[in-house]
Design a protein around this ligand. Structure first.
Ligand code: NDP
Length: 393
């Protein structure tokens, strides 16, 4: 029986709150707190169990500390934005409360993400006897656990890792992102990067692409190489990996819209002066685009996210594919969200469950692949994200 505080009432916050509410044997008391309290209240209304709600500015550490002291949660699930990660971690240190997030820290004025800022908290978390679990979404998150599972059961060493993320769904909108538009567009418009023989190789955005045939009738789709944060932690924790790449599908329509927006300066993150007032074009664009949490009833089709691993076992070459397929319409029926929010929110809940049941509990700051993958994999099957595997070789 544990108390959990969820911070962030967007698309992912909606799913995490629903999934925690389903597991009442673990999460006996739930609070959702965010910048706009009415969004927390709207989520709470869709759930039969009582859910407490609160307003909080998660960039204000003393405000956070006051709220944590009044609710006294065992842990915080941070599904606000990456800009808030360090502030929430500071509040956790001050109140000795465990921490979990789904995206690594990113400074607001620079489109750059890396784990160093959060890994630097390790000794302070350890000294206080509290734990932080980083990146407990799907990618990062489940993809890290898939890799750890493959290493544990099928490989003596992994040489090559390809993480491939496909959203084969369609929301019928001319242009929309499936999670926070600002974070999504910052990620996609920056240079690509992949790991090759202990070196990071930089590419221009979307410079490398190829066709991949997805399983179960999804079929061939063009995938583009991007940089993604789990490449940093996985190549560090499985140091034998020689090549690691992250790929994502995009429709031509999406890429054409994005190119035009970039060309006219709408994706800039530096402030520009407009009629005597400073505005950030990308933040303004976010205000115009559909809210990802509104796409639930509109999105049809499936996602397919997984890992292809190559390496060796008992001196013989081995190749393995582990993936999950999630159907937008099915998860909308279950929790009223589209599959991108769902595939992020379910692993966030499972990560919290791993910590609160003591299966994954160690003081310090950790990534998902540093723990036994088996109980997490079992819970994916149990809580709505069943996975499959194909032995290729
Ligand atoms: P949304 O934009 O829909 O929701 C973000 C929420 O955070 C909003 O409710 C927002 O409040 C709130 N928020 C923002 N700033 C503050 C603040 N200073 N204080 C309190 N609350 C704040 O985003 P998503 O739900 O789509 O994404 C949530 C997180 O999940 C992001 O960090 C994203 O990167 C991550 N993610 C991870 C994935 C993975 O697989 N690992 C995949 C997809 C997303 P308001 O409503 O007032 O704006």
């Amino acid at each position: 029986m544990s108390k959990v505080m969820i911070i962030g009432a967007g698309g992912v916050g909606h799913v995490v709150t629903h999934k925690c509410a389903q597991a009442n044997e673990i999460f006996s008391d739930i609070m959702i707190a965010s910048r706009t309290k009415s969004k927390c209240d709207a989520i709470a209304k869709t759930i039969e169990r009582p859910i407490q709600t609160a307003q909080v500015d998660a960039d204000n550490v003393s405000e956070l500390v006051d709220l944590i002291r009044s609710f006294q949660p065992d842990m915080i699930i941070n599904v606000a934005l990456p800009y808030q990660d360090l502030h929430i971690m500071d509040a956790c240190l001050e109140t000795k409360v465990h921490y979990l997030d789904t995206a690594n820290y990113e400074p607001i004025d620079e489109a750059k993400f890396c784990y160093k800022w959060q890994w630097d908290y390790h000794d302070r978390f350890k000294d206080k006897g509290i734990m932080a679990l980083l990146g407990s979404g799907f990618d990062p998150g489940v993809t890290n656990v898939f890799t750890a599972y493959a290493k544990k059961h099928y490989f003596d060493s992994i040489d090559m890792l390809d993480i491939i993320d496909c959203n084969a769904g369609d929301h019928g909108q001319p242009f929309a992102t499936n999670f926070n538009p600002e974070i999504n567009i910052r990620e996609i418009t920056q240079n690509g990067r992949y790991y090759d023989n202990a070196n990071w190789v930089e590419t221009r955005p979307m410079e490398i692409s190829k066709t991949f045939v997805f399983p179960e009738g999804i079929g061939p789709k063009k995938i583009y190489l991007l940089y993604h944060e789990e490449l940093e932690s996985l190549t560090q924790h499985f140091s034998e990996i020689k090549t690691a790449k992250f790929w994502m599908t995009f429709s031509d329509n999406y890429l054409n819209h994005l190119k035009v927006l970039e060309n006219v300066g709408m994706t800039r993150i530096d402030p520009v002066l407009y009629e005597g007032k400073e505005i950030v074009p990308l933040k303004f664009l976010k205000a115009l685009l559909p809210d990802p949490s509104s796409l639930g009833p509109l999105t049809k089709g499936r996602t397919c996210i997984g890992c292809i691993l190559k390496g060796e076992k008992d001196g013989k070459p081995r190749e393995h594919y582990i993936y999950n397929i999630c159907t937008h319409e099915d998860v909308y029926k279950e929790v009223g969200s589209q599959a991108i929010s769902y595939t992020t929110g379910v692993p966030a809940m499972i990560g919290a469950m791993m910590m609160l049941t003591g299966k994954w509990m160690k003081p310090g700051v950790f990534n998902m692949e540093q723990f036994d993958p088996d109980p997490f994999m079992d819970n994916l099957n149990r809580y709505g994200l069943p996975w499959k595997e194909i032995k290729i070789l």
